[in-house]
Design a protein around this ligand. Structure first.
Ligand SMILES: Nc1ncnc2c1ncn2[C@@H]1O[C@H](COP(=O)(O)OP(=O)(O)OP(=O)(O)O)[C@@H](O)[C@H]1O
Ligand SMILES: O=P(O)(O)OC[C@H]1O[C@](O)(CO)[C@@H](O)[C@@H]1O
Ligand SMILES: [Mg+2]
Length: 527
């Protein structure tokens, strides 16, 4: 393929943050036409037209036969040399590592990128890509220089201890780092607590336990105090494990570090039981949680099929996203109806939940409902007090939808339908997130931790690590916090669930809305 490239421009002109973006050589451009490499130093970048914003570059180039090869976008992560251009680099010690001795390609090529969209059409644009995670040929820290710290924030999730363990062991075994500090009790631990020393020996067994060895908290993020503390303690690598809120905090820390011109790499490791972090395939601990939820669903099923008119309700976590409920339902096959925050439902009238329950009781003598904790909050608020309480991080505190639903079902059947129902309400919410991670999550956690370590050692900063289409990538933190991942009612997965449970779609509303208006609302809710 011959590229006709008529002009060049200085990347520094379009990147006010003075990133040292650099052009691939012409040869490279021919082979891999639309990538840039922030580790190279030259700033003239030949292209025909471009669209960019900070850390995002999209190039269009025209082939000699006039065809447009366009749409490759690399959403890159910052690098310490962006604001410390004279930082020295060193050969990666993995070069002489026994473990990597016969690996075909020890280091990830600078051109490697991970595509966000892998289902494409012949003529579709190449789309957004992220830098592939993994060890780099050059590192920007010597082992003796590194003083790393790890902090865990937000709610619990299976696998946090595995991530902590593997950051410590990865830094030590792969890069010879000996100085690793644990920040206790979340963000506020930076400025209100002493640190703990973390060594492979200290963390050796922690992956067998649930919870977080470093403890956690909500609230208490004070960017200035945290960065002051990082500076005072001489920390130069910060590993931050937490959910969407934590990642927002990590982004602020990275920005403040850059503003102060500190040689500190900030790496985020996404953690959330709700699986609500955007861009990445799924969050660690999610598989374990879905598996554990099966036990509760099973118990509910056993209980209700052993009695007359048994109605089992299992409440699972999921503030704004019903992923756990959806996957647990699909996996179980014993669930008759799954209710999630993304899909509004109603109780009374044709097409409503009561009608469905009565029908299933007639057919089978029992039914099981799985409900995500964030579902139906608007109805509970209407019938009880309005709830405006928030936790220390500012997250809305939810009302107990499980109790509310149980009560409403009982009232309806006993008082209106004059039928006895045998209600079994199970709330395993904390049980499914307080357990240790399963085997597959343990491996996933190891990959996340090692990818984060490789990224920080290679001088990348302000990044979150995670799998995108099964390949681990470095993603700009802001990219994963700009929107929350929710179940898309318009995707096939939700359709699979509806097809498997045969539950109502709740498209006909009980309050006079037309199907079209309701569909519209559901779509808005799901984007
Ligand atoms: N917008 C924000 N800016 C800075 N810090 C934040 C922000 N939102 C939350 N944080 C901080 O991040 C930490 C964790 O936040 P939060 O309690 O919302 O949990 P999370 O990280 O979202 O995890 P999860 O939702 O899975 O429990 C808290 O210390 C909180 O102060
Ligand atoms: O641990 P807390 O503060 O009770 O918060 C529980 C919340 O944390 C999560 O597990 C994660 O955000 C939610 O599913 C749940 O609503
Ligand atoms: Mg959160």
């Amino acid at each position: 393929m011959d590229l006709s490239i008529p002009s060049s421009f200085s990347v520094s002109e379009i990147f006010p943050s003075s990133r040292s973006l650099s052009p691939p050589s012409f040869q490279k451009l021919r082979l891999f036409p639309f990538i840039y490499d922030s580790n190279l130093k030259s700033r003239n970048f030949p292209t025909r037209s471009l669209f960019c914003r900070q850390n995002r570059l999209s190039l269009r180039a025209q082939t000699s036969n006039g065809a447009l090869n366009d749409g490759f976008v690399l959403e890159d992560v910052p690098h310490l040399t962006d604001f410390l251009p004279d930082l020295p680099s060193y050969p990666n010690p993995l070069q002489s590592s026994q473990a990597y001795a016969i690996v075909k390609q020890t280091f990830v090529a600078p051109e490697d990128a991970v595509a966000q969209k892998i289902v494409v059409q012949k003529d579709s644009s190449r789309g957004v890509h992220f830098r592939r995670a993994g060890p780099r040929e050059k590192v920007y820290f010597t082992p003796e220089e590194v003083r790393a710290c790890i902090v865990t924030c937000g709610g619990l999730c299976p696998g946090i201890n595995t991530v902590i363990r593997e950051i410590v062991c990865g830094l030590n075994y792969m890069y010879g780092v000996n100085d690793i500090l644990g920040i206790e009790g979340g963000y506020r631990g930076f400025y209100s607590k002493n640190t703990v020393t973390l060594t492979p020996k200290v963390v050796n067994d922690i992956h067998k336990r649930g919870g977080t060895f470093l403890r956690t908290s909500r609230g208490g993020h004070d960017t200035h105090k945290i960065v002051d503390n990082i500076q005072d303690r001489g920390i130069n690598q910060v590993y931050i494990i937490g959910g969407d809120g934590t990642q927002k905090g990590a982004d602020l820390i990275y920005k403040e570090v850059e503003k102060r011109g500190l040689r500190v790499a900030v790496a985020g490791i996404p953690k959330t039981i709700d699986n609500d972090i955007a861009v990445i395939d799924k969050s660690f601990g999610f598989d374990t949680a879905v598996e554990e939820a099966q036990r509760a669903i099973n118990a509910a099923h056993v209980e209700v099929e052993s009695v007359e008119n048994g109605v089992g309700i299992v409440k699972l976590m999921g503030r704004y996203s019903g992923f756990i409920a959806m996957y647990a339902t699909l996996a179980s096959r014993d669930v008759d109806c799954c209710l999630i925050p993304e899909s509004p439902f109603y109780l009374e009238g044709p097409g409503g939940l009561f009608e469905f329950i009565e029908q299933r009781l007639k057919e089978n003598g029992h039914l099981v409902i799985v409900i995500a904790e964030g579902a139906g909050q608007e109805y509970i608020a209407q019938s009880t007090r309005t709830n405006d309480e928030r936790d220390a991080s500012g997250n809305r505190l939810l009302l107990d939808v499980g109790l509310w639903l149980s009560q409403n079902i009982k009232d309806h059947f006993v008082n209106v339908r004059k039928m006895q129902v045998n209600m079994k309400y199970i709330d395993p919410t904390y049980m499914i997130r307080a357990i240790p991670s399963n085997a597959s999550d343990n491996i996933y956690c190891t990959l996340l931790a090692h990818s984060a370590v490789h990224g920080a050692m290679a001088g990348y900063t302000g990044f979150t690590v995670g799998p995108v289409n099964s390949r681990h990538a470095y993603i700009p933190i802001a990219r994963v916090t700009e929107a929350q991942n929710t179940v898309k009612l318009t995707d096939r997965m939700w359709a699979r669930l509806l097809a498997s449970t045969n539950q109502p779609s709740f498209l006909n509303s009980d309050d006079g809305e037309t199907v079209e208006v309701r569909k519209d609302k559901m779509k808005i809710n799901s984007t």
